[in-house]
Design a protein around this ligand. Structure first.
Ligand code: ADP
Ligand code: ADP
Length: 229
């Protein structure tokens, strides 16, 4: 699963001026789409529409052929994992933060997710898993470690569609490279939509869409776009 299609997607916040002015994008299941473009182009709005924070003004978005407006919000959101730019953590253990919202998750599954995101050194010492009162607290983590917690949450959720909304933009370049490495493993075989403003984060994307003022200005692979300029 995870075939995503935008067909003539139009949108404006609260009936205000149009933000997206007819977007057509197709993302094959298991492939990577990168969305780049200047600030204010509408990149994050696309992520919000996929997660159905807002309804479209026109056109439609389908996942595996299903109009997302016609599935329940719960099942839609269960199929999507988002790693945001700045992960906000509860002032509780790392394990709690990873398992939050996943009522059925066992301590062992949370540990496995933490290992997959390379954040396990904070929870391997916990004797009773994520409900433990001891252990490191989320607020002490560095920016890169917080992003690893968000990645671990995604691993626990195991969604067919992954959205990285400037997931590494706030990090220094060395930490960014480390996190991109981890994200590469997590996004393999998963449909991945990466929103980025640094081209270095998206060289490997199967498809790059350049968004400008709510329209697709250019599309192609990294090599194709470079050859055009
Ligand atoms: P990008 O991610 O490309 O920087 P956004 O999708 O965040 O762009 O924003 C696109 C446009 O929509 C901007 O002009 C922004 O000011 C506007 N916008 C974003 N969020 C809201 C909102 N909640 N209400 C009204 N306008 C918004
Ligand atoms: P998601 O579907 O993105 O994995 P959930 O459905 O579990 O998230 O969480 C519901 C809401 O709680 C979301 O708006 C999410 O941003 C918020 N949330 C989840 N985890 C945390 C956290 N550790 N700190 C703050 N807010 C959180």
């Amino acid at each position: 699963g995870g075939h995503v299609r935008f067909e003539d997607v139009r949108f404006g916040y609260e009936g205000e001026r149009p933000i997206l002015k007819g977007i057509d994008i197709e993302v094959a299941a298991g492939s990577t789409l990168a969305i780049v473009g200047p600030s204010g182009a509408g990149k994050s709005t696309i992520a919000r529409l996929l997660y159905r924070f807002y309804d479209l003004s026109g056109g439609r978005i389908t996942i595996d052929g299903q109009d997302i407006a016609r599935v329940t919000q719960a099942s839609l959101r269960a199929s999507i994992g988002i790693v945001p730019q700045d992960t906000v953590l509860f002032n509780d253990t790392i394990g709690y933060n990873i398992g939050y919202g996943r009522a059925g998750a066992t301590a062992e599954e949370i540990r496995a997710a933490a290992r997959g995101a390379a954040i396990d050194r904070f929870i391997d010492s916990l004797p009773q898993g994520y409900e433990s009162e001891v252990g490191e607290r989320g607020l002490k983590l560095s920016g890169g470690e917080k992003q690893r917690v968000a990645i671990a949450r995604t691993l626990l959720k195991d969604p067919p569609l992954l959205i990285l909304d400037e997931a590494t933009s706030a990090l220094d370049s060395r930490t960014e490279a480390e996190i991109l490495d981890t994200l590469g493993a997590v996004s393999a075989r998963r449909t991945t939509i990466t929103i980025a403003h640094r081209l270095s984060t998206i060289v490997d994307a199967d498809q790059i869409v350049v968004l400008d003022a709510g329209r697709v200005a250019e599309r192609g692979t990294h090599a194709e776009l470079m050859a055009r300029d």
